[in-house]
Design a protein around this ligand. Structure first.
Ligand code: HEC
Ligand code: HEC
Length: 359
């Protein structure tokens, strides 16, 4: 016993000394990685990054709401209404396209330029104020230390990169559904199981569009090799002219192809408990409303400026054709959707605002 313990110790010392330069290097890199993420976390929550010191990324992307803000459509630094509902932020590395309807934005580094530099409307208002904002950051002893620890020069590239690194760490795979998948069958009661069956059934079609581990990867092919990612789900038919409201017609705005009218990316269905209201424009308050739209095969709007029968929008996906649910089945489906929410995620101490002393 003694001998074997002794030899293990000797072996470990030998092994360590043999590998020490490499392992030292890796641990140095791990340390730098984590320091860059930490720097990004401070910047993410710092209102100094907006021209008038009012908004940080975290103002709109608040962990309490799974990194959304509870507004229908978000507000920029001068309270202008933005084009869209704020998207939640989690599991972003798995996301093929970023934002609701821009097929050109594929990297986070590119995406975060939008809130920082957008001018119409102003989101954070950095454009034209780059030097001043950078000076604000440079003057803080806190940031001098954080940038040094992150082994980064204090410039805009490093700011964008470190925020991107922080945002990439936001991971949410601890919902009851995830525990169920790992074999803990006891997490689901009868109604949730029934809801799951309905969700994956061919009569409802939900999982054809909301596929994959994040319920955001469609399994719909326009031709055998090409997966479709953007769909018109029949939410609008303004004036019965097959249109979506002028301020946001989805993918069409980028492709200028009429067939892309009203097409939006399939959103993840994780964390829905926290991300109300729903859709690209926050136009549905609760899950029951969303499901009723699917049951009806689209949304009919009876009055107001967007009046029209979305069920008859000719650009609507063929998969949105309507079905019937009993009240009980509808409740089951909602219970299943709610079980995709992850309370550990929104409470994770690593993701909270570091300027808030309680964290
Ligand atoms: C004024 C509110 C606001 C601010 C500030 C803001 N965002 Fe956003 N963010 C939004 C909205 C709205 C969208 C959806 C845009 C769209 O779909 O066109 C979005 C989308 C995103 C996305 C795309 C997520 C996805 O799933 O496609 C990322 C990433 C993101 N924001 C990160 C950030 C970062 C990082 C910052 C700070 C530099 C930031 N945002 C600041 C409102 C905001
Ligand atoms: C044809 C593809 C398709 C099918 C089928 C489909 N969805 Fe969707 N779903 C989408 C798209 C695209 C959106 C975003 C629409 C928008 O914002 O304009 C969406 C939005 C949602 C939302 C709102 C999420 C949010 O964060 O705003 C929920 C909830 C939802 N779907 C659940 C379901 C359920 C449940 C089913 C089955 C009854 C289903 N979906 C079937 C494509 C689909």
């Amino acid at each position: 016993m003694r001998i074997s313990l002794f030899s293990i110790i000797i072996f470990s010392i030998f092994a360590c000394s043999k590998h020490s330069p490499a392992s030292l290097n890796t641990s140095r890199f791990n340390q730098i990685d984590s320091n860059q993420i930490q720097l990004g976390r401070f910047l993410f929550y710092d209102t100094r990054l907006s021209s008038n010191n009012t908004k940080s990324c975290g103002t709109c992307h608040n962990p309490v709401f799974a990194f959304t803000d509870g507004y229908k459509r978000s507000l920029g630094i001068y309270a202008d209404v933005l084009q869209r509902n704020t998207t939640p932020l989690f599991n972003l590395k798995e996301q093929k396209y970023l934002t609701f309807a821009d097929s050109n934005i594929k990297t986070l580094l590119r995406q975060i330029e939008n809130p920082l530099f957008n001018e119409h409307p102003l989101e954070m208002g950095v454009k034209g104020n780059e030097v001043e904002i950078l000076n604000r950051i440079k003057q803080q002893a806190l940031y001098q230390k954080l940038f040094q620890k992150a082994d980064m020069e204090l410039n805009w590239q490093s700011i964008k990169l470190s925020i991107t690194r922080f945002v990439s760490t936001l991971t949410s795979y601890q919902s009851p559904y995830d525990f169920y998948l790992k074999g803990d069958l006891s997490v689901y009661n009868e109604s949730q199981l029934k809801g799951m069956q309905l969700f994956f059934s061919d009569s409802l079609n939900c999982s054809k569009c909301h596929g994959g581990i994040n319920f955001s990867t469609p399994m719909v092919f326009s031709d055998p090799d090409k997966i479709e990612y953007f769909f018109n789900t029949g939410l609008y038919n303004v004036g019965d002219k097959n249109e979506y409201p002028k301020y946001d017609q989805g993918l069409l705005q980028h492709t200028h192809n009429q067939l892309d009218m009203g097409k939006f990316r399939v959103p993840s269905l994780r964390n829905l408990i926290y991300t109300k209201p729903y859709y690209h424009d926050g136009s549905e308050e609760n899950l029951k409303g969303v499901i009723l739209n699917y049951e009806n095969g689209g949304r009919q709007i009876n009055n107001g400026e967007y009046k029209g029968d979305g069920r008859k929008n000719k650009y609507k996906s063929e998969l949105i054709k309507g079905f019937k649910l009993s009240d009980y089945e509808r409740i089951c489906l909602i219970k299943f959707l709610e079980s995709l929410s992850d309370s550990n995620f929104i409470q994770n101490p690593k993701y909270q605002d570091p300027f808030n002393n309680t964290n």
